[in-house]
Design a protein around this ligand. Structure first.
Ligand SMILES: O=C(CO)COP(=O)(O)O
Length: 253
């Protein structure tokens, strides 16, 4: 079975102490994860080392960075490299979140570079894609998201593509409380998988986890995650509440 993943994206939230308490509360629930299930916490940079040591003895729990730079090293004041993340044992990195694309002008091409560097350092990218409301209203979301995939991922060899996790996050559903219906999510996830299958063949496409993100909550996770092409979620707001996120972890297939 494909990996089913509950990923928390804390964004720019929590003090160090709050973050530590949140992790303690979630890990304290002692949810044992079957081998096809994983939990990932994407925490702010200053908390990576603390968070990584919290999950060190917890099988199938991992820590992610929320971003890294598209250059390997050098005079880029304030940036964080994939090599730095690797050097502290980080295994995942969220890339191309719509907030990065919007506020920091991250392009598909720049994201392709970030993906290559992460893979070089053995870091699994959680590649985010998703359309804005205007595109959804025009009905052209399939082509829009397909282009994001093509321009950032399709240079990857067959041997590497299965190392990517994809997160489909329709922008109109992020932080708005307006979740895509499970039908809308399934439809897009199936489309993305067919686009991947066209490029890489059905076998590889079937192995790639595609997470849904956008107002995932305890009360809609079961229905969303039950859909055949929805392999878990990338969760913002609800991941900041231990009880909510625990319920979301338990909703994994
Ligand atoms: O952007 C998201 C996760 O990366 C989704 O955020 P919300 O769950 O707060 O809508």
């Amino acid at each position: 079975m494909r990996k089913q993943i509950a990923a928390a994206n804390w964004k720019m939230n929590c003090t160090y102490q709050q973050g530590e308490d949140l992790l303690d509360n979630i890990l304290g629930a002692n949810i044992a994860l079957a081998d096809h299930r994983q939990v990932v916490f994407a925490v702010p940079f200053p908390y990576l080392i603390m968070a990584n040591s919290e999950v060190a003895d917890e099988p199938n729990y991992f820590i992610a960075a929320q971003n890294c730079y598209n250059k390997k090293s050098g005079a880029y004041t304030g940036e964080v490299s994939a090599e730095m993340l690797h050097s502290i044992g980080i295994k995942y990195c969220v890339l191309g979140h719509s907030e990065r694309r919007e506020y920091f002008q991250e392009s598909n091409k720049m994201l392709a570079e970030k993906i290559d560097i992460c893979l070089e350092y053995g870091i699994t990218p959680i590649f985010c894609c998703g359309e804005p409301l205007s595109i959804r209203e025009a009905g052209t979301q399939n082509g829009y998201v397909e282009t994001q995939l093509k321009e950032s991922l399709f240079h990857l060899a067959d041997s590497v593509i299965s190392k990517i996790v994809i997160a489909y996050e329709p922008i109109w559903a992020i932080g708005t409380g307006k979740t895509a219906s499970s039908d809308q999510a399934q439809e897009m996830h199936a489309h993305l998988r067919s686009v991947l299958a066209k490029q890489y063949g059905p076998l590889l496409a079937n192995n790639i986890s595609i997470l849904y993100g956008g107002s995932v909550k305890a009360n809609n996770a079961v229905e969303l995650f039950a859909r055949p092409d929805v392999d878990g979620g990338l969760v913002g707001g609800a991941s900041l509440n231990a009880e909510e996120f625990i319920a979301i972890i338990k909703a994994l297939k």
